[in-house]
Write a protein that binds this ligand. Structure first.
Ligand code: ATP
Ligand code: MG
Length: 391
């Protein structure tokens, strides 16, 4: 079968375009790599994807529909590059459908074809109208007949499926996303992937002070997110020793902010090792006590790398809705023993002051705690499709 993949051209100016299209084609190849007879080729302003006819269409459709950078796509029927053959194939196609209005939209990448796009639109439109009696509606057609004129053949299609949009993963650099096992952080990582970033995922756990539930959840979340970015590294970082040190030496109301500052510092050190250029969190302004503007600022100051917060202005309902569509919601809401539930005070500080936090940290050997956590990090790799799990 042949699939025509379209991307938004407006976003791609000049020199960036070949880079973008190469990545898009490479990611489409990877997303379909376990299917027979895959051949992905950039055309002018399109990408054509061939997949063996024994591949299930539902699978192909789901895979292509999860590659960022795909604006929309159609399953296309190849027809000889000849106007009469095109008319016959189009009439066979429309006779099988029921619709009350239509239009023809032609794109001609082979300029040597004897008719231009507007002429093909008109001639084919007239033939369909004559055969079916259905009226043409250029503005809101119920059915659109898509015609792509290539050098050696014409591709004809009747339905168009929406892709996820955005930019191909790998075109915007690498980021380090802090993944908690909750609802928000997988959505934050996904939004950065959609903008073309590859996200390395870092999870802090308090095993063996707590059970492995968040580790299992983040592995499963990494597996789901890998459907979108195709290759993922997950770093599992032991955080119990940091928490014990904070609890032993610092005022209870500051614990949550201090935990977060340590997470940011450790994530920054790991980001530098993995050549990630920014940190990403699932924070949303005001959602919980640790996410007041005051606290976000004091937490962000623990790192030199920028902290990106793609969900900062979103409501919980909006985030939840996205989590459902991405496919992470079910896993995120499984019960767990989150490390941040460990030793949390009844009344955490909502407006931590920098001087106060820095004074509390003087009681700790911050560089040693950070280095130990970095050294203790375990890396797992995921790939989609294909074998997943640790190396
Ligand atoms: P989430 O739904 O992502 O867990 P949350 O609403 O529970 O977020 P917080 O617990 O305040 O909010 O965490 C804020 C952000 O800090 C998370 O979105 C995540 O990016 C990061 N974070 C929190 N706990 C962890 C953890 N154990 N490991 C990695 N990152 C974490
Ligand atoms: Mg959480």
């Amino acid at each position: 079968m042949t699939i025509i993949v379209r991307y938004h051209e407006i976003a791609l100016k000049g020199r960036n375009r070949p880079f973008f299209v190469d990545r898009l084609a490479g990611n489409l190849r990877q997303a379909l790599s376990d299917l027979p007879g895959v051949d992905v080729r950039p055309l002018s302003a399109r990408v054509s994807v061939e997949v063996g006819d024994d591949a299930p269409w539902d699978t192909v459709r789901a895979r292509v529909g999860s590659v960022f950078g795909v604006a929309n796509f159609s399953r296309a029927q190849p027809v000889p590059a000849d106007l009469e053959a095109l008319k016959r194939a189009a009439l066979d196609g429309v006779r099988a459908a029921s619709f009350s209005s239509f239009r023809v939209t032609t794109r001609r990448s082979d300029k040597s074809f004897p008719r231009n796009s507007a002429e093909i639109d008109r001639e084919l439109g007239a033939a369909i109208h004559e055969a079916t009696g259905v009226r043409v509606d250029l503005e809101h057609p119920e059915l659109t007949v898509w015609v792509e004129v290539l050098r050696d053949r014409i591709l004809l299609s009747f339905a168009k499926y929406a892709g996820p949009g955005g930019f191909p993963v790998g075109t915007s650099g690498r980021v380090m996303a802090l993944l908690s096992g909750g609802i928000d952080s997988p959505v934050a990582a996904w939004r950065m992937m959609k903008r073309g970033c590859r996200a390395v995922l870092t999870h802090f756990h308090a095993f063996p002070l707590q059970d492995r539930s968040t580790i299992d959840k983040t592995r499963e979340l990494a597996r789901i997110l890998t459907r979108w970015q195709l290759r993922t590294r997950l770093l599992l970082v032991p955080f119990g020793p940091v928490q014990q040190a904070v609890v032993a030496a610092c005022p209870a109301p500051l614990r949550v902010v201090l935990y977060r500052r340590f997470m940011i510092r450790i994530a920054e050190a790991l980001a530098r090792r993995h050549r990630a250029r920014a940190l990403v969190t699932g924070e949303s302004l005001g959602q919980v006590a640790s996410q007041t503007l005051d606290n976000m600022i004091v937490i962000g100051e623990a790192a030199r790398l920028p902290v990106l917060r793609p969900l900062v202005g979103m409501d919980k309902e909006e985030i939840t809705e996205q989590a459902r569509r991405i496919g992470t919601f079910g896993v995120s809401t499984l019960p767990d023993q989150d490390c941040c539930q460990l030793f949390v005070p009844r009344h955490p500080a909502t407006a931590a002051r920098r001087e106060e936090v820095e004074r509390a940290e003087e009681a700790l050997d911050v560089p040693v705690l950070v280095a130990a956590a970095v050294e203790g990090a375990a890396e797992e790799r995921f790939e989609f499709p294909g074998p997943t799990g640790s190396r």
